[in-house]
Design a protein around this ligand. Structure first.
Ligand SMILES: NC(=O)c1ccc[n+]([C@@H]2O[C@H](COP(=O)([O-])OP(=O)(O)OC[C@H]3O[C@@H](n4cnc5c(N)ncnc54)[C@H](OP(=O)(O)O)[C@@H]3O)[C@@H](O)[C@H]2O)c1
Length: 261
């Protein structure tokens, strides 16, 4: 029996789900904290003592989303319809920014990032880039340009667009908090932060929910599930951290879902 690209797709989906379970467990238990949760020193273990400079870590582990998606999309595709090409362009634009520009914009020079997270992140992003690139260039419904006028695509595009904007705006507000050259933490204000402590994660979840609707593939759905498993526990921990650290923290602010959670 030959193990083909199709088998690799389903194997990647299974691997992504498994990593999602590990990630959820690891984040809930705070086993390998980074950023503000690491600074607090909570939950750091020997396994996470090995670290890399933060900008290098982000560049390393985000880059496979770009090249794995591109490799499968161009080398293994069944079709390159206008729909698939549009999804390709949207994905690549996002990860060009996220993998190569955003890590250099973050004001976290001099900070360290756990090597364990880089390895897990690299593996996840490699499989996720492969699975999504494969899915959009193989799904039959995406081979037709009619897909671009379906409610799935149009509603998904709207949700993804709103999510992208909330995420981008929130990341910019966090970057601006250290424009004075400081390296500590302040209370973020404005934009999505009026409602939640993790406005960037809220935007990220909307973005990938929109992607899942626009593409309507198993790979898109698995990516949303992973994003939830990764970011919801981290947002809850960060929200507790803010409340402990800042006595004047806005009491009405929720953790990640406005008015709810
Ligand atoms: N799809 C996914 O599963 C996924 C997973 C992870 C991240 N992401 C996305 O990647 C981006 C970054 O994620 P992240 O986990 O690093 O976000 P984060 O913990 O909110 O940190 C983002 C940046 O802002 C700084 N920062 C955070 N809170 C601050 C405060 N109160 N005062 C001053 N600076 C502050 C951080 O500095 P420090 O490094 O010093 O804390 C870091 O440089 C987000 O847009 C997120 O949505 C996506």
């Amino acid at each position: 029996m030959n193990f083909g690209a199709d088998d690799a797709y389903y194997a990647a989906l299974a691997g992504l789900l498994l990593l999602g379970v590990f990630t959820f467990y690891g984040t809930v238990k705070n086993l390998s904290p980074y950023g503000r949760l690491r600074e607090g020193g909570r939950g750091a273990t020997e396994a996470t003592d090995a670290t890399l400079p933060s900008p290098l870590a982000w560049l390393l582990f985000e880059s496979p989303q770009l090249f794995a998606f591109a490799a499968t999309f161009w080398l293994l595709a069944d079709h390159h319809s206008a729909t698939a090409l549009l999804l390709f362009a949207l994905w690549q634009s996002h990860y060009l920014y996220r993998g190569f520009i955003y890590p250099l914009r973050r004001n976290d020079k001099g900070k360290r990032f756990p090597l364990l997270n880089v390895i897990f992140g690299f593996l996840f992003n490699l499989m996720n880039g492969y699975a999504n690139g494969y899915a959009v260039s193989h799904a039959e419904h995406l081979a037709s340009n009619d897909w671009l006028t379906t409610p799935w695509f149009l509603i998904g595009l709207l949700v993804a667009g709103v999510g992208w904007w909330i995420n981008f705006d929130a990341d910019n507000r966090l970057i601006a908090l250290r424009s004075d050259g400081s390296s500590g933490y302040k209370i973020p204000q404005g934009g999505g932060f009026r409602h939640v402590s993790a406005a960037n994660y809220f935007g990220e979840i909307l973005l990938w929910s929109g992607w899942a609707l626009m593409s309507l593939t198993w790979a898109g759905l698995v990516f949303v599930l992973f994003t939830l498993a990764n970011l919801v526990p981290r947002a809850l921990a960060s929200h507790r951290w803010y409340r402990e650290k800042f006595p004047d923290y806005p009491p009405e602010r929720r953790a990640i879902i406005p008015y709810l959670l």
